[in-house]
Write a protein that binds this ligand. Sequence first.
Ligand code: UFG
Length: 322
Amino acid sequence: MNVLVTGARGYIGRAVAHRLADAGHAVVGFDLAPLVEEGPLHTASSIRQLVGDVRDEEGLTQTLQDHAVDAVVHLAGKIVVSESVTEPLAYWDHNVGGGIALLKAMVAADVRQIVFSSSAAVYGEVAPEPIAEQHRREPMNPYGRTKLTMEWMLEDLDRAGAVHYVALRYFNAAGAVPGVTVERHHPETHLIPNALTAAASGRPLKIFGSDYDTGDGTAMRDYVHVGDLADAHRVALDHLAQGGASLALNVATGLGYTVAEVVASLERALGRPVPTVAADRRPGDPPLLIGRGTAIREHLGWVPAHPDLDDITKSAVAAHRP
Ligand code: UFG
């Protein structure tokens, strides 16, 4: 199939674009910024690289038509929870404004299948047991609200027969795929890259919150290897291509690890300590987010190949360049 991947330059987008190209799809990568300066990344010949803004409905319609796109994987968007608390309008603009423009362009170009990058953030504050898809969606930050709004829009469009979708609710993407993607954002806010930078620089990693009700007091997350996450998009596209019904699914391992456990795992992989310092809770952070991964297994046959935290941190350590 001809697949447009928005946000193809990002940490997860690269992994998705490569996984789809490896699976034989003709991938058109679409991103705000050019991909070239990233060296060896994105060299697969079947990945075309376009620069554009998902909020540009006309440009997108043209792109979908020019490349005879069959399906869209939509990852482009703003992703920093704490920033969404201080700059909510930018999140509504990119994540919802961009989503509307993209969906209008898809309808105009008669592209009817979309895999949408949703988030565990749609659930908000939750119970200690892994969350199933039926769990109440009650986001606790603007980022999560923009993702939930997109899910609602997709539900309405599905009911109207306009598009079919798979919304993938990512838990915490982590780790690296050698030669394809390394976790890196500008600015960096994520735990594993920040911890690796702390280990390299000696400047302590701030641990945001030590008084959560999680055993050791630090926040707990469900870390999914980015290569496994990418593969979930491949099987979601296959499902839609075979005429499968619209779905919203967790991409989760069902395993929770605290910030302190992630730091300890990184220390094992590095063979040296990561300096840390206790800091206040970060605004918008839920205490714990762990997903049930059984529905995606039942519907799409997806199971994580690398659920073990030490595998994930080892891949991050091997790929990290300070
Ligand atoms: N953390 C620290 N120190 C840091 C960075 C993070 O203690 O320097 C903590 C956070 O407070 C949090 C945990 O490590 O408890 C994980 O934080 P990340 O920033 O790595 O990831 P988040 O869980 O905040 O965010 C991820 C995705 C978001 C998504 C969210 C779902 O990056 O896009 O999961 O809630 F929305």
